[in-house]
Design a protein around this ligand. Structure first.
Ligand code: DAH
Length: 339
């Protein structure tokens, strides 16, 4: 009997399997109820009493040995499965790089959300425009220099197919198809024929806001601007309006905010004045309302427009405009925490 056990042990020790199915067959052959090891138990009855102890122990050991060996075969196979083609699927996964929002998108979104809290909704228009929407409807004189090839990109030399130079074109598109009240913000990309440098680019981004209703006054504009400046920068930000000129607004103004870099004390960023210019604005010129089919005797409104790059520079002090369009991931990664 002990010999039989020994032979069986040697047999089991030499077992090999190349897949899970074979391992299972071996388990059935040796370890199931009718398997070779269990069958030894049947012979156990005939073992003389004085040998029972030794034989019993040997059978138990064999059973443990067979279980361990067959389980061992299965583990080796499992291990091999995870290493197919040199892939170690048991390794912990590396971090997924989710990327970041572009700083201009972050700021654009922030501007939109501030205005949306005042009831403004987003309106968009085409980047390839016609003369009417970019210039004529907005009260630009026939000989206004902005119409010049020097400033505007015309497509195929056609004076009526051009890249918009400002998002004010969206104002006239919306006014043409909507009667007041109108309360919109128009974010978008604009193009100008400028030599590219740290301070100028041939494309950049603007957000325009337009509010038209009965009895809209300059006071409404001013309060909107103050709210915007304090939400965008900090709650102590001061604003200052300087008279200016735009064809589509009358009166017109440019808005400065107290320099948020030095707090108004004076630094190189604000050229030691304590103020930085951030946008243009004014009361919509009655000529513009009429050109777009809105009765200027009944309605009035204000408009304002700002450069997204400018606001982003103030918030994040990006020195060179070109950084915004180069998409260097080292630069973009710096805005991860701004999300
Ligand atoms: N369109 C002007 C520009 O591109 C910005 C601007 C100024 C927009 C005054 C306005 C405004 O709506 O009222 O420089």
């Amino acid at each position: 009997m002990l010999n039989k056990i020994k032979t069986l042990r040697e047999e089991i020790a030499s077992l090999k399997a190349s897949n899970a199915e074979e391992v299972e067959q071996l388990r059935i052959k040796y370890l199931s109820k009718k398997g070779a090891v269990s069958l030894l138990m049947n012979d156990f009855r005939n073992v003389p009493a004085e040998d029972k102890r030794a034989v019993g122990q040997a059978i138990n050991e064999l059973k443990n040995f067979a279980t361990d060996h067959i389980n061992g075969l299965r583990e080796v196979l499992d291990q091999q499965d995870t290493e197919i083609d040199g892939l170690d699927l048991t390794r912990s996964a590396s971090d997924i790089n989710l990327g970041t929002r572009h700083p201009l998108s972050l700021v654009r979104q922030e501007i939109i959300s501030i205005f949306s809290r005042l009831g403004f909704t987003v309106a968009e228009g085409p980047e390839i425009e016609d003369d009417w929407h970019v210039f004529s409807s907005l009260n630009f004189a026939e000989d206004h220099p902005a119409r010049d090839m020097q400033d505007t990109f015309f497509i195929q030399r056609n004076p009526d197919v051009l890249l918009r130079t400002h998002t004010s074109s969206v104002q006239s598109r919306v006014m043409e198809r909507t009667q007041p009240p109108i309360r919109i913000v128009c974010p978008g990309r604009v193009y100008r024929n400028e030599a590219i440098s740290a301070r100028a680019h041939c494309f950049f981004h603007q957000v325009e806001a337009l509010y038209i209703d009965k009895n809209v006054s300059f006071a409404d504009l001013k309060q909107t601007l103050l709210y915007f400046a304090r939400e965008m920068f900090d709650s102590n930000t001061k604003i200052r309006l300087r008279p200016s000129y735009f064809p589509f607004t009358e009166p017109s103004a440019e808005m400065d905010i107290s320099c948020n870099i030095c707090g108004g004390k004076g630094c190189s960023f604000c050229k030691h004045t304590g103020w930085v210019e951030i946008l243009g604005c004014g009361m919509v010129d009655p000529n513009v309302l009429e050109a777009c089919g809105i009765d200027s005797k009944v309605y009035s409104g204000f408009a304002l427009g700002m450069g997204v790059e400018r606001i982003t520079n103030l918030k994040y002090q990006v020195k060179d405009l070109r950084m915004f369009s180069e998409n260097d991931v080292r630069f973009l990664d710096e805005f991860k925490s701004a999300h």
